[in-house]
Design a protein around this ligand. Structure first.
Ligand code: ZN
Length: 665
């Protein structure tokens, strides 16, 4: 009876408030969590400020968002040559299988399909390894038959079930050929040595404004000959690229200004020709646009997925400025030269003049390609070093994504489990999220843009170690400066303790908690994780004589505790200087030694303990996002408004994208 009474009472309150407009609309608490499975949680993000945009801006965003979704198939195909085929099979089972949907087998099939959708392929999006369905092969084969796909069995089942078939997305195990042993589809029949020889002939070391060689092509060997298949209209991925272009053209017609129209035209020209000079021209025009409120990235951009670090995955993010929060990032970029001048790096490796480091905080409105569903929280582009040096770079922090993530994990017991004392936990709760945002700002706005290469050093000099070294460089820049008095002076941090909270978190993560993302017996593979492991292990080792960080056991549990923050900062500074030297000089051997010594190996004992403690918490280590649904309101054949809907489910969205944005075979 008690419950009924409470419900009635609530009903009465509802009535009471209905006369008062302000309080009448009692909002349902927003459901950030959309889905949870395996090691993943899927979160909804809100897009605050949407209603303050003009209709024209909304329409512009709408067309850019269609372009962002139109390249989805490209990324699937780049990830794995059979990726699209596997996805189609899974989609067909969802659409056509009408059998029971209660058994453990079916539930395991659904989990598998959700994981494949999440990873844009059959390999873990982060750990690079293939994962296998938990339902039996016989059951899967039955699903194929009952969804009218019997003919697929012979080829699909080994792809999914045989652990020896395409085991790694990126083969960075050190065994076998880097390229031939990788499932990524950037190379076909080409070995690492052959690819290196191919590009060595092309790269002109004296060129001070080189194009990003190999960025937008697949390297193929046929009849003993090696050549590039270029991504362009009429070339590889032509049908999807044509769709992207058509939406970019529609966007251009309602752009905010001529600057946007100018670089959209260059981007289209590049998509048509595949000419990498045009890609550079586009980037130069794009990086100068810091005034427009709406912005986007769309193209073959990041090379993390290529074992050689040359070929770029297709991705897109459509966004608009979060005007209030941008003020924070402006404070950082406004002092960019001061930060560069005062860094602990050898003056030869510093930029004499830091150009146009623009910074802003953005609200993402659509994620596509390699940014979906797993998305970065900060972006710094363009990637070409000479463009960054001569024309500057644009840097963003995606606040609504981080916010949604924080909201979805408010009640997480993670911090409590791995934080040494109640006092430290309290400090982390008070300052952690804010300090984390400032770290991201520093990493993106200043870190990646800082420093310079010595003349004659190629962007690709560090080869397979370039990504982890670059990420550690940006992190170190952030870590060095977050403890600087300048942070308080600029009003970026409320208290000196905020930086300490960030140090605690970084040390804990690099030495221990990021191990929750690694399978037992495996080493650290992902670039950001290698960078963080390297940085934390290095400062831990070098700080031992002075007990800067101690490893403590309490109740049988391991903790890492920072004892001396100023000394830790000094160590971060020393390592920053060394990593900058390695980058500036292109010292491959030193990069290799640093990453292999500190960034790859895992303490098996500790790993086991961390995994056990973590398993008890029942949490998902990876997060991704479902996009809002943008629907144009059309009157008299014209778009007059764009409505947003944030309720679409995860599988629902995946299947809809599979139906509406499938442009490749
Ligand atoms: Zn970064």
């Amino acid at each position: 009876m008690k419950y009924l009474k409470i419900m009635l009472f609530a009903g009465a309150l509802g009535l009471m408030f209905s006369s008062c407009k302000e309080s009448a609309v009692k909002e349902e608490p927003f459901k950030y969590l959309a889905d949870e499975f395996a090691d993943i949680k899927v979160i909804r993000y809100r897009i605050p400020g949407w209603d303050s945009l003009s209709f024209q801006q909304k329409e512009y965003i709408y067309h850019l968002s269609e372009a962002a979704k139109s390249g989805r198939d490209i990324f699937w195909d780049q990830n794995f040559r059979h990726g699209l085929r596997v996805r189609k099979v899974l989609e067909n089972i969802f659409e056509n299988y009408k059998g029971e949907q209660e058994s453990e087998d079916w539930k395991n099939f659904v989990i598998y399909a959700k994981r494949v959708f999440f990873s844009n392929g059959i390999h873990h999006h982060y750990a690079e390894e293939k994962f296998i369905p938990a339902c039996s092969q016989e059951y899967f084969s039955k699903l194929l038959t009952e969804s009218g796909q019997e003919g697929e069995s012979a080829e699909i089942l080994p792809l999914l079930y045989d652990p020896a078939v395409y085991p790694h997305r990126k083969n960075i195990t050190g065994e076998g050929d880097l390229l031939l042993g990788s499932a990524v589809n950037f190379y076909d029949g080409v070995s690492k040595a052959e690819a290196e020889a191919f590009y060595a002939k092309m790269i002109d070391a004296k060129d001070t404004t080189p194009v990003s060689y190999g960025l937008n092509s697949k390297l193929v060997k046929r009849d003993g000959k090696i050549f590039e298949e270029v991504y362009k209209v009429g070339g590889l991925y032509g049908p999807a690229i044509e769709k992207i272009i058509s939406h970019l053209e529609a966007a251009s017609a309602v752009a905010e200004n001529d600057t946007q129209r100018g670089y959209i035209a260059k981007l289209i020209e590049y998509y048509k020709s595949g000419d990498l000079n045009m890609w550079d021209e586009y980037n130069i025009a794009w990086v100068k646009d810091t005034e427009s409120q709406v912005d986007f990235i769309n193209g073959f951009i990041e090379d993390y997925n290529d074992p050689m670090g040359m070929k770029a995955s297709w991705e897109s993010v459509v966004n608009y400025k979060d005007l209030a929060a941008t003020k924070r990032a402006d404070a950082i970029s406004g002092s960019a030269q001061w930060f560069e001048d005062n860094s602990p790096v050898d003056p030869r490796f510093k930029k004499k003049e830091v150009k146009g480091v623009s910074a802003k905080v953005i609200t993402a409105a659509m994620l596509g390609g390699d940014c979906y569903p797993s998305t970065p929280i900060g972006i710094n582009l363009p990637n070409a070093n000479w463009i960054r040096k001569n024309h500057g770079s644009k840097s963003v922090t995606i606040e609504n994504i981080t916010y949604a993530y924080d909201q979805s994990s408010l009640k997480s017991p993670f911090g409590q489990e791995f934080t040494f004392s109640a006092e430290l936990l309290e400090r982390a709760k008070t300052y952690g999220p804010h300090a984390g945002n400032i770290h991201t700002d520093l990493h993106e706005v200043l870190g990646h843009g800082s420093g310079q290469l010595l003349p004659g050093v190629a962007d690709e000099a560090l080869k397979n170690y370039s990504s982890p070294i670059e990420e550690s460089r940006a992190d170190l820049f952030a870590l060095y400066y977050i403890m600087d008095d300048k942070m308080l002076e600029l009003g970026l941090l409320p208290h000196a303790d905020a930086a300490k909270a960030e140090y605690d978190l970084q040390i804990r993560n690099g030495l221990m908690t990021q191990l929750t993302r690694i399978q037992p017996g495996k080493t650290v593979e992902q670039a950001h994780m290698r960078g963080r492991a390297m940085v934390s292990h290095w400062v831990y080792e070098k700080g031992k004589p002075e007990n800067v960080i101690s490893r403590v056991t309490k109740d049988g549990k391991t903790y890492f505790v920072v004892n001396d923050y100023p000394k830790l900062r000094r160590l971060y500074g020393q390592l920053l200087a060394e990593v900058q030297r390695i980058t500036s000089e292109g010292d491959y051997e030193a990069a290799k030694a640093l990453i292999e010594t500190y960034g790859v190996q895992v303490d098996q004992e500790l790993h086991k303990e961390v995994l056990e403690r973590y398993a008890k918490l029942n949490l998902a280590p990876y997060a991704g996002f479902v996009n809002p649904v943008l629907t144009p309101v059309v009157a008299d054949g014209r778009i007059v408004d764009v409505k947003i809907d944030l309720t679409e489910g995860y599988v629902e969205q995946m299947l809809r994208y599979g139906r509406d944005y499938a442009f490749l075979k």
